[in-house]
Structure formats: structure tokens, C-alpha cells
Design a protein around this ligand. Structure first.
Ligand code: UD1
Length: 370
């Protein structure tokens, strides 16, 4: 049985690595194949991840590149269809919530090819987020749904998904984190390589921003960067810049806000570099979904620069605080971390490094007998 596994954007790569490995470990009856849609194509967004995570080279590259949501989604669909016909898999396996996820799920479902969705059931209940639309629709199209936290099952049941299709298996991204933690790149080395030896020696914060709601609006972005500059007066801030964010900072003429000795701007970092940065940070400020989970697994305080989260377990059990994009709330959350150490947090159930193994075992039993 061939399983056609889809990756497209950076947050997909670290989820797929352990799944491919666990499916391969089942033996010759199951043959995972990898397709990369090319939604992310820069070396910094891409190649570093494949190398660091030991992901096999894709069997198929669709090279779709950037575009509007409609263009990008349509282009993935158009190019994925012949690949799907060619491979004729027993199932298509998609992860997460990016445009490549919904595009490939939709093509497969209409051709009667079963869809497996890993990281199903997460809901922000905010349809202004393109990912929320991708999540809801992908789950509707899926035959087998794997969840990372129990909130996912309740959400899916409300949307009419049959209980027996839903499996709580834990978090494959945390499988990857645990496996790679010993190889995390130390922050001192990252600072030195950037020509700023000693930058992080007395503690540091990490900032990441890439959501359109935060970086595509000049007033919001300016407010966030000013808040970061204020934090940097007390805790040096390391800020790896997503290509989208770099572009809008330049377009809106905001670069001067970041031009200060307590601020270290970096290009997009590789996976092992990000692990090193998150592991030893005093606090992480982010609008990423994955980083909310990774900081919870690492026990690092996280301040989420959004009004909601689709990953409530990181707030209920983990180290995450939702702060929105208003300076006063962000600074209050920062103050709490600096004075009280932040939320203690514990690692959620099944975030134990074995989620992909559970998925592989369920997929094996679900596939038709030979
Ligand atoms: C995508 C995902 C988002 C995820 C994020 C992680 C969707 C809807 N969004 O957002 O959920 O959190 O990836 O990074 O799928 N660009 C480059 N080089 C690249 C890729 C992108 O320069 O390799 C620039 C382009 O200008 C592009 C912009 O970034 O237009 C946005 O890229 P896109 O893939 O559309 O969305 P992301 O913001 O990366």
C-alpha cells in the first residue's frame, strides 16, 4: 500500500519526519511516498529543514511557489492531480492547516482516495484566519483523523464527524522535538555566527511574527515592534524574520524601530537553531501555532500575540498566555514572566515522542487486508 504524504510549508516538515519514519518501520507492506508542493521554496524556509530532520528527498516536487490564496491553492490542486493519478496510493496523508493541506485533501477526496489528517480538530473559531478555513474543510474531507489534544475530538463531533474516525494520538511535532533536542544549536553559537558574541549571555527573549493579521497592517505591526523595543530595554530580543515580515517592515518603513543594540535580527532559522533559541529563552513572544506547542513541551514561558488559540491545551496545561496585540496586555504578561517566572506548566498527555508510532499502528490496521 502506497501512502502519499504531503508537505508544502515550513511547519509541515517537522510533523512529517517522524510519520514517514514510523510508516517505513512497518515493513514492505506499506510504502510512504513524499510530495512537496513547493508552497515554501526559499532555501531558508526549506532545505535547512529537510537536512536537519533527515527527511528523505521528496519523490515528487510540484514547485507551486507563492500567490494569492486562490492562486496558490488552485495551483497545488492542478499540479497534484496528475501526481496522485501516477502514484495511485491507498491514501493521501496531510498534516496541519496550510494551503497545501486543503488543496491536496480536496483533490484526493473527489477522486475517492481516502484522506488521513494529522493534527485534526484544532479550532480557533476565527474564520478571519485562513488556516481555520483550511482546518474545518480538511477535517470534513478526511476519513481518518488524528488529534494532538482532546479538545479536537469535541470540536470534530460537533461538526458531525463520526467518533470512530477520530484518534487521539498526541503530537508528532513533539516527537521531532524530543528526538532532536540533544542536537539543538546553542544560542551562544547563533549569536556569535551573527557577529554578536555574548549577546544572549545574560538571558534573552525570542520574538517571531508572521500572521497577516499582525504583519500586513502597518499600525498593528508598528505597535508590536515598539512593544518589542520596549522589552529589549530590559531583555535582549532575538528576532528571526519570516520573509513576509521582512518585506512588510521594509514596505512600511519601520526598520528603524529595530535598529538598536539590544535587538538581534536574524534570517529564518533552521529547525535545530530554533530549538536552541526556544530552549534557553527567558520568554518567547510569537504568533505561530507550532511554537505555542514547542514552548509548552520545553517548559519555556510563551506569550502568544494573538486574540485566540486553536491549541487550548497549551494555555490550560502548558506555559502559554494569550496576550493579543495590545502593548499593555503584552507588557503585563512579560512582567508576570519576569517577576513570577511565568506559568509552571506541564507537558500534555501523549506529547511523549511516540505519536507517530501510534499513528502508524492505526493506519496499518485501518488499511484493507491484502
Ligand atoms: C504559511 C501558512 C501558515 C504557516 C506559515 C509558516 C497558509 C495559508 N499559511 O504562511 O499557516 O504558519 O506558512 O511559515 O498556508 N515567501 C518567500 N519564500 C518562501 C515562502 C514564502 O519569500 O519560501 C514569501 C512570499 O512573499 C509569499 C509570503 O512569504 O507571498 C507568504 O508565503 P505563503 O506560503 O503564502 O504563506 P506564509 O505566510 O508563509
Amino acid at each position: 500500500h502506497r501512502i502519499l504524504c504531503v508537505v508544502g510549508a515550513r511547519p509541515n516538515f517537522m510533523k512529517m519526519a517522524p510519520i514517514m519514519a514510523a510508516l517505513s518501520a512497518l515493513g514492505p507492506r506499506i510504502e510512504p511516498k513524499l510530495v512537496h508542493t513547493g508552497q515554501h521554496y526559499d532555501v531558508a524556509m526549506n532545505h535547512q529543514y529537510f537536512q536537519a530532520l533527515g527527511i528523505p528527498d521528496p519523490d515528487i516536487n510540484l514547485e507551486v511557489g507563492s500567490g494569492s490564496h486562490a492562486q496558490q491553492t488552485a495551483e497545488v490542486m492542478r499540479r497534484f492531480e496528475p501526481a496522485l493519478d501516477d502514484v495511485a496510493p491507498a491514501a493521501v496523508l496531510v498534516v496541519g492547516d496550510v494551503n497545501s493541506t486543503i488543496a491536496c485533501a480536496l483533490v484526493a477526496a473527489k477522486k475517492g482516495v481516502p484522506v488521513i489528517h494529522v493534527e485534526a480538530g484544532l479550532r480557533s473559531f476565527d474564520r478571519a484566519m485562513p488556516e481555520e478555513i483550511n482546518r474545518v474543510l480538511t477535517d470534513q474531507l478526511s476519513d481518518l483523523l488524528f488529534t494532538t489534544e482532546e479538545s479536537g475530538r469535541a470540536n470534530l463531533l460537533k461538526e458531525g464527524i463520526a467518533d470512530e474516525r477520530i484518534h487521539f494520538v498526541g503530537n508528532v511535532m513533539i516527537d521531532t522535538l524530543r528526538l532532536n533536542l540533544p542536537h539543538a544549536v546553542p544560542v551562544a553559537q547563533i549569536a556569535a555566527d551573527a557577529g554578536r558574541t555574548g549577546f544572549a549571555d545574560n538571558g534573552y527573549a525570542v520574538l517571531t511574527l508572521h500572521r497577516p493579521s499582525n504583519v500586513d497592517d502597518a499600525a498593528v505591526l508598528q505597535r508590536l515592534l515598539e512593544t518589542a523595543a520596549q522589552i529589549a530595554q530590559r531583555t535582549p530580543v532575538i528576532f528571526p524574520l519570516h520573509p513576509r515580515t521582512r518585506a512588510t517592515i521594509e514596505r512600511f518603513g519601520l526598520a528603524h524601530l529595530l535598529d538598536r543594540p539590544q535587538m538581534l535580527l536574524l534570517p529564518p532559522q533552521g529547525y535545530l537553531e530554533m530549538l536552541g533559541l526556544m530552549k534557553d529563552a527567558r520568554v518567547v513572544l510569537t504568533d505561530s501555532g507550532g511554537i505555542q506547542e514547542e514552548t509548552t513541551a520545553l517548559g519555556t514561558p510563551c506569550i502568544t500575540l494573538r486574540h485566540n488559540t486553536e491549541r487550548p491545551i497549551t494555555v490550560i496545561e502548558g506555559t502559554n498566555t494569550i496576550a493579543g496585540n495590545e502593548p499593555a496586555r503584552i507588557l503585563a504578561a512579560y512582567e508576570e514572566v519576569m517577576t513570577g517566572g511565568g506559568k509552571a506548566g506541564r507537558v500534555p498527555h501523549f506529547w511523549d515522542g511516540r505519536a507517530a508510532e501510534r499513528i502508524a499502528a492505526i493506519v496499518r490496521d485501518w488499511l484493507p487486508r491484502d
